[in-house]
Design a protein around this ligand. Structure first.
Ligand SMILES: [Zn+2]
Length: 370
């Protein structure tokens, strides 16, 4: 990349080494300490003191140089979506990919690598910068466990940048959906399938009718719904007494989310009433929708950092969840940024070198421009 005057010089070899070292350890939820053990020695020589909170999140503070204002928090998560016990990252001319044995884990180790190298690069360049708090979370991909447990009083920043969105570098998430998960259990009545089937009520038939009536897929511009898992029955010669369906709904609008969940429940209730069965319906709030204002100062800072990196900001709505949901809910304005990883949550996951350079530059610009 040509070094235009405003760019912070990045140490590419150091960053790639650090990224590969983090990719090479398995840090599925519960094992994030293995990544923390790589992060700490990389940043502690800069005077950053780290501590772990009760959830296992790694929290550090880097004092400002030349100024005390503009405090921001930078975040990425240390866990991966699945274990990567034997995965060895493969580097080619275009980027870094998985050997195919599991996901790569660029989600979210590319976010970690970008933040770590940005801090080192700003330090090496001797540039003035705002105080920076670092929060590296655990268990994001299994349900925002670290960020849900995070105590906002444990840091001072009330503005944060979460390096964990899909899309090219330059992506700025302005709206993100709320999500509710639900489990419907249909109760019928068991009977011998050959001798007296008329005495039974098939819970599988109840389930089929409920699912058939349920609005699913892309419901409207803001709302989606999906059934992800069904189970039920015991054997082919038993009229099934119970069956279960696990589903979710998401919407950028909390009102529409509530309406969608009510429609899903009603489908189950109607099916049970039609066929003489009964049901339980349990809802579990996963995360709450948020929306950032176009004149939010944190968004303006993200745009400045992206433009200073030679890129173009793209303000988007997303369908996904991230730790930004939890920080926003806790009163820490949180902007989720596109990291540039590709095909995450698959064994084809790929991190282009260009994207890694760009997201690191964006992180460095956030640090110097905050
Ligand atoms: Zn992620």
């Amino acid at each position: 990349m040509p070094e235009s005057p405003g760019l912070v010089p990045i140490n590419w070899d150091r960053m790639l080494d650090n990224f590969l070292a983090m990719l090479s350890v398995d840090s599925y939820y519960g094992d994030e300490e293995r990544v923390a053990a790589i992060i700490r020695p990389a940043l502690e020589p800069l005077g950053i003191q780290f501590r772990n909170d009760a959830a296992g999140n790694l929290i550090g503070c880097w004092p400002g140089r030349g100024r005390g204002d503009g405090l921001i928090m930078l975040n990425a998560h240390m866990d991966t979506v699945q274990p990567t016990p034997t995965m060895r990252p493969v580097v080619d001319a275009d980027g870094v990919r998985s050997d195919g044995s599991s996901v790569l884990g660029a989600d979210d180790k590319a976010g970690l690598a970008a933040i770590i190298e940005a801090v080192r690069a700003v330090e090496d360049a001797g540039l003035d910068h705002a105080p920076i708090e670092l929060v590296f979370t655990v268990g994001e991909d299994v349900g925002h466990i670290g960020s849900k447990a995070f105590d906002p009083a444990s840091i001072e920043a009330r503005t944060s940048f979460v390096f964990d969105a899909g899309g090219p570098v330059g992506t700025v998430v302005m709206r993100a959906p709320g999500q509710i998960r639900c489990t419907a259990t249909l109760h019928g009545r068991a009977a011998h399938a050959g001798i007296e089937p008329e005495l039974g009520i098939s819970a599988i038939s109840l389930l089929a009718r409920a699912v058939d009536r349920m609005p699913l897929g892309r419901i409207d511009d803001e709302t989606t719904a999906n059934i992800g898992r069904i189970e039920g029955g015991q054997a082919s010669n038993i009229v099934a007494p119970t069956a279960r369906v696990e589903a979710e709904a998401r919407s950028l609008s909390e009102e529409r989310l509530g309406q969608q969940m009510a429609a899903m429940r009603e489908s189950v209730a109607d099916a049970a009433a039609d066929l003489g069965g009964s049901f339980d319906f349990e809802e579990h709030r996963f995360y709450v929708a948020y929306q950032l204002s176009e004149d939010e100062p944190a968004v303006a800072l993200a745009d400045r950092a992206i433009i200073a990196s030679g890129l173009t900001p793209r303000h988007v709505s997303t369908g996904g969840g991230s730790d930004a949901h939890e920080f926003n809910l806790k009163g820490i304005t949180s902007v989720c940024l596109g990291v540039g990883y590709v095909d995450v949550h698959t064994t084809e996951e790929f991190m282009p070198h260009d994207a890694l350079r760009d997201i690191t530059q964006v992180a460095a610009q956030l640090i110097t421009q905050a």
